[in-house]
Ligand binder design. Structure first.
Ligand code: SER
Length: 319
């Protein structure tokens, strides 16, 4: 029986992952842990919840013991653009926080730890079309460096410390439950809010910046499928490319305009986020994930846009 702790529960991925984990494993078997007050009520009210600051190892250990946790998802992370502005906070959350989770898990008999890496783990020397799974990684952002650290340290604990650690490199994740935050790929979420509410969007990336993206249901499936994958097939552990769709701001804007004809996009480039995006791949080769644990995404860009507009319209009371 799994007893799952999700750290970073109030963030973009946690908000979508927890309801699905609760459906699958039972409400009482999935403990959500957010930072201070950022847990949405549909998470707080439907199962056990607690507060964890990932910088505090004792807090993590207390919760592991209190709920007999055997599985942890660590989703706590300062995203790319904010990390460049808040270096010390990023060191504490993305580096020390990770060490705390891995050490607390090892010392308290947690069986499985799921970590999240990113396309940000690549850099300017990495081949940027169909980036191979195993290739040069030279990120030049603190967030990206923390993701390489996540992969390497996770692999180390898997190989040397007997902990079952697994993880994927997520593309930009598109979803409607939580508002966009400090990610570079978050333009592709914000554009939907603005298209519905204001019929125009000013994009901080240039129109031809192509980035790999994934729709949340596929990202959640990836995490849960990897969680349950037969370990004997996993040659890799925390460093799986997964690929789904790739597009530019101009392309997604045109497809939204086909559905909302009044919609217009404008551009005002933010040099920081543009330089971050320019250092990331256009698309990823995910053959390894397909082979080792049958990764197979379901949503293409048009399915994603239709589903986003449908759900966001309901959420924003526009229908
Ligand atoms: N979505 C993240 C960001 O843009 C990338 O992993 O920061």
């Amino acid at each position: 029986m799994k007893k799952i702790l999700v750290i970073g529960a109030g963030g973009q991925i946690g908000s979508d992952l927890i309801p699905i984990l609760r459906k699958k494993y039972g409400n009482d078997n999935v403990i959500s842990a957010g930072y201070e007050n950022d847990l949405p009520s549909y998470i707080k009210d439907n199962g056990p919840h607690t507060y964890i600051d990932v910088r505090n190892k004792k807090q993590i250990e207390q919760v592991i013991c209190q709920y007999n946790i055997n599985t942890i998802f660590n989703l706590a992370s300062i995203l790319s653009a904010l990390a460049e502005k808040k270096l010390l906070l990023s060191y504490e959350v993305n580096f020390t926080g990770l060490i705390n989770v891995l050490e607390a898990s090892k010392e308290n008999n947690v069986k499985q730890v799921i970590l999240v890496s990113s396309i940000a783990a690549f850099g300017s020397y990495t081949p940027n079309e169909l980036t191979p799974n195993d290739t040069i990684q030279n990120p030049n952002t603190i967030y990206g460096i923390s993701k390489v650290f996540t992969e390497l340290l996770g692999n180390y604990y898997a190989e040397k410390k007997g902990l079952d650690v697994r993880g994927i490199r997520l593309p930009g994740v598109i979803s409607w439950k939580r508002e966009p935050t400090a990610g570079t790929t978050d333009y592709a979420v914000d554009i939907f809010y603005k298209a519905i509410l204001e019929k125009e969007y000013t994009c901080f990336l240039n129109e031809n910046t192509r980035l790999p993206m994934i729709y949340m249901p596929d990202a959640i499936n990836a995490l849960i499928n990897l969680l349950n994958a037969d370990i004997s097939y996993l040659k890799h552990k925390v460093d799986f490319n997964i690929n789904s769709m790739s597009f530019t701001p101009k392309e997604i804007a045109n497809l939204i305009k086909q559905r909302i004809p009044e919609f217009n996009i404008y551009y005002e480039i933010d040099p920081l986020r543009q330089s971050i995006a320019d250092s990331w791949p256009n698309s990823l080769d995910d053959t390894v994930a397909r082979k080792e644990w049958n990764w197979n995404p379901k949503y293409n860009i048009n399915d994603m846009i239709d589903d986003m507009l449908f759900n966001l319209n309901i959420k924003l009371n526009k229908k």
